[in-house]
Design a protein around this ligand. Structure first.
Ligand SMILES: C[S@@+](CC[C@H](N)C(=O)[O-])C[C@H]1O[C@@H](n2cnc3c(N)ncnc32)[C@H](O)[C@@H]1O
Length: 222
């Protein structure tokens, strides 16, 4: 639970940073259940005209998202599987809402650890990166396989979570910091780089966040 809250807090900080940097289009892959401070809310606080596309493949998530998220026409929710970038990008609503000639922020927040090595998360990030205009961004948070003393207790909790997930349909795949770093191939990580999620540009409201074994980074296509 703490991990989800800390991760969401990163998402809000990153979207605020991106909107303030002039990004007006957001593609949120693996949206999850709607929560306060959703991407459209934060982005449109900064830039009222910002467009947000939410993508998920879970029908329950999609039903909640459609019921609860903004009814603003600049915010849309699409059923698609991010493991198939061509079909996501070819989807009619996405084609109508996304102008790939201008910068887009693609958000892979707490989703790539649901993909196995065979599903090639690096290749998926690359496929999205290749269609992005210069000045676009990619944000990733990912459960990390960390063994430092500080993180060990939480890592043990994470491994228990992994076992629970393995008994369910969705596997949860921990990756090393090096493996997570490689997901940003040919992208420029902005400061502070790939760091524990609570350390990514913490703001005033971040003090209560406790360390969780999740790494976060935001990178730009130049
Ligand atoms: C842990 S939630 C993260 C939600 C949100 N990004 C956040 O950080 O709070 C992961 C979401 O990714 C979605 N998801 C997992 N695999 C997916 C896939 N292959 N295509 C689209 N969505 C996927 C799940 O349905 C779930 O809603």
């Amino acid at each position: 639970m703490q991990g989800a809250l800390t991760n969401r807090a990163f998402l809000r900080r990153a979207v605020r940073y991106l909107a303030r940097s002039g990004v007006t289009q957001f593609l949120d892959l693996g949206t999850g259940l709607p929560a306060a401070g959703a991407v459209d809310e934060i982005a449109q606080q900064v830039t009222p005209g910002a467009r947000v596309i939410y993508v998920d493949h879970d029908p329950v998530v999609l039903a909640h998202a459609r019921a609860l998220l903004s009814r603003d026409p600049r915010t849309v929710t699409v059923a698609a599987d991010l493991r198939d970038p061509a079909s996501v990008l070819g989807e009619a609503t996405i084609q109508a809402h996304l102008d790939l000639r201008r910068p887009v922020a693609v958000l892979f927040v707490a989703v790539l650890h649901f993909l196995t090595a065979a599903e090639d998360p690096g290749g998926i990030v690359r496929a999205f990166r290749e269609v992005l205009a210069p000045g676009s961004y990619v944000a990733i948070t990912h459960l990390a396989d960390v063994d430092s003393d500080v993180q060990a207790r939480r890592a043990a909790t994470t491994r228990r979570a992994v076992r629970v997930y393995e008994e369910m349909a969705a596997p949860l795949v921990l990756r090393t910091p090096e493996q997570i770093h490689s997901l940003f191939d040919r992208l420029d990580l902005i400061e502070p780089g790939l760091v524990p999620v609570h350390r990514w540009r913490p703001g005033h409201g971040s003090r209560s966040e406790v360390p969780v074994p999740v790494l976060a980074g935001l990178a730009q296509r130049t």
